[in-house]
Ligand binder design. Structure first.
Ligand SMILES: [Zn+2]
Length: 241
């Protein structure tokens, strides 16, 4: 089980989801749900990366968070039927397990371990939202772009990203011409290389030097949440449970 949240579940808790979980492909650039849509499925990625996007009234967009194998898309549906606040788009192809929201909610209500897994995810998302808001307000766009490239590479476990300039402009909320200039700049410093197919290959140490402190801070805090909570799960699940 590659999804880190599902991996925290003991077999009995996993079995509450297991029969309903369906493996699906995450297709590059696929829109999984749009802002305003009812959340029909809860989706646990095993690989690939998804960005959560805010669509502004003037047509501009910006990414507020990324979700990969350590997260889940659509878990807010446990609060009851409500429209999604964000648009979820696949930025790097992969696979996921998905379950109808109503089924997930029933399992969530029965299992403290599933509720705990959702809490881990919520805390990790809050870190992304809070540091992301600070970063968007305080740090230059070049550093933000470096942060996003590193962040997405972390999720896919690879140093090559299938991102177009158009996609980066949507994620960062800047014009495409700005992305072109930033990429030229990062290429000149050796932080990235663009291959013939347009894929971006990163040089991790050089790109990290161009990024702000936020990428490292996010990683550290998210890993702390996982290690703290996994230790707690193990401590509470004894032979008598
Ligand atoms: Zn930053």
């Amino acid at each position: 089980m590659r999804n880190r949240l599902l991996a925290t579940l003991a077999p009995l808790d996993f079995d509450l989801l297991g029969p309903e979980l369906e493996t699906v492909a995450l297709v590059q650039d696929a829109v999984l749900s749009r802002a305003g849509d009812q959340i029909e499925h809860v989706l646990f990625p095993h690989s690939g990366a998804i960005s959560l996007m805010i669509d502004m009234a003037d047509g501009r967009t910006i990414a507020t968070a990324a979700v990969g194998r350590e997260g889940v898309v659509g878990s807010l549906s446990v609060l009851g039927p409500s429209p999604s606040a964000v648009t979820a788009i696949v930025r790097a192809a992969g696979t996921a397990s998905r379950i109808p929201s109503s089924r997930f909610q029933a399992a969530f209500n029965r299992s403290p371990a599933i509720r705990h897994a959702v809490q881990i995810h919520m805390r990790a998302m809050l870190i992304q939202f809070q540091l992301g808001a600070a970063c968007n307000g305080l740090h230059p766009v070049k550093a933000r772009m470096a942060r996003w490239l590193l962040h997405l590479c972390d999720y896919i476990g690879d140093d090559v990203l299938p991102l177009t300039q158009e996609t980066l402009s949507e994620i960062l909320g800047v014009r495409r011409t700005t992305v072109t200039l930033l990429m030229r700049n990062l290429r000149a410093s050796g932080a990235i290389r663009v291959d013939r197919r347009g894929q971006i290959e990163i040089d991790r140490p050089r790109l990290a030097a161009a990024a702000c402190e936020c990428h490292g801070a996010m990683r550290l805090e998210i890993e702390e949440i996982f290690s703290m909570n996994t230790a707690r799960s193990q401590a509470t699940v004894g032979p008598d449970d």
